[in-house]
Design a binder for this molecule. Structure first.
Ligand code: ADP
Length: 294
């Protein structure tokens, strides 16, 4: 490794040493692909390896929120997440360091366990309201988690209302935000789920299995919400293997109204994709909004 490169990683290695109580000196560094937002790296001293994501210093809050989410998910002991080690800033970067996991190809049995374990996470109780202890991000968009007593209010205002306002500022032609909020509140009025601790951004790139066949979820955008929101997102971009849904439904069958709510829940992510990437996501969001207001 070049000296200049070593200098960049030394302050992060020092913080890892402090957090683990064991001296850690970087001897090997390997870039890791597949992420959407951050520069990802495997840092190793030849013995131990850590997974580290870095970004500009202003993104430190994003890593703080990710570390807290991983800690909370880890503490439930329901489904595996990488154990966070530390997060913070150096002169030039913000970063998060976590346990390194070796991913492999999960077979059907592993995906069935993923479903069962996600259901166990969703059953876990810990909040009386919907929201979270701080705002976080979905992709790089702010995700507002103001504690709210009812799910219809939370989802209508903090999820769709917020993204719709952003989308309009980006030039999207969408119906009146207050009207959309009112219709969503009305549509969800009879639906009173328990607050479940959600992954929050559960597309296929954020679910994997270790080489030992253990299901893992990564890169969360956690909040307390309706479990159906996690399930809906698994179906948004192609879906998870059938074994996953079998496992989930055996552990905790989905409510009969889920298929009707799915498109509404995914409207949040479609609007977010419009806000991040523009393009055809705008017409996809318009179609769902039209059906909603019909
Ligand atoms: P981003 O925040 O940029 O979207 P991710 O958290 O999705 O980045 O991570 C990028 C990629 O790194 C993932 O697709 C996965 O392949 C790999 N990865 C994520 N977490 C770990 C980990 N704890 N150990 C090993 N590889 C990981």
């Amino acid at each position: 490794m070049l000296n200049a490169e070593l200098i960049m990683w030394t302050p992060i290695a020092e913080q890892i040493s402090q957090a683990t109580g064991q001296p850690f000196r970087v001897r090997d560094r390997r870039p890791v692909g597949g992420g959407c937002i951050n520069q990802a790296t495997a840092l190793s001293d030849g013995d131990r390896t850590y997974f580290v994501k870095v970004n500009t210093p202003v993104q430190v809050e994003m890593f703080a929120a990710e570390a807290i989410a991983l800690e909370q998910l880890y503490a439930t002991q329901t489904i595996r997440v990488p154990q966070p080690i530390c997060w913070g800033c150096t002169d030039r970067h913000s970063f998060i360091a976590m346990e390194w996991l070796e991913f492999g190809r999960g077979d059907a049995a592993a995906w069935e366990r993923m479903g069962e374990q996600l259901a166990a996470l969703h059953r876990w109780r810990g909040a009386e309201q919907f929201g979270w202890e701080r705002n976080n991000t979905i992709g790089s968009t702010p995700q507002i988690n103001t504690w709210t007593e009812t799910w219809p209010d939370f989802f209508a205002i903090e999820r769709i209302g917020y993204q719709l306002r952003l989308a309009k500022r980006k030039g999207g032609q969408f119906p009146d935000t207050d009207r959309v909020i009112a219709v969503i509140r009305d549509r969800l009025a009879d639906h009173q789920p328990q607050p479940s601790l959600l992954h929050g951004d559960l597309w296929s790139g954020n679910a994997a299995c270790t080489v030992a066949g253990e299901p893992v979820i990564i890169d969360p955008a956690t909040y307390w919400g309706d479990r159906e929101a996690d399930l809906a997102m698994t179906e948004l971009f192609g879906g998870f293997p059938a074994a996953f849904y079998r496992g989930y439904n055996q552990a905790w069958p989905l409510d009969s109204g889920y298929p009707q709510r799915k498109a509404l829940y995914n409207l949040y992510h479609v609007l977010n994709h419009f806000n991040l990437f523009g393009g055809g996501y705008g017409s996809q969001a318009s179609r769902t909004l039209e059906q909603l207001l019909r």
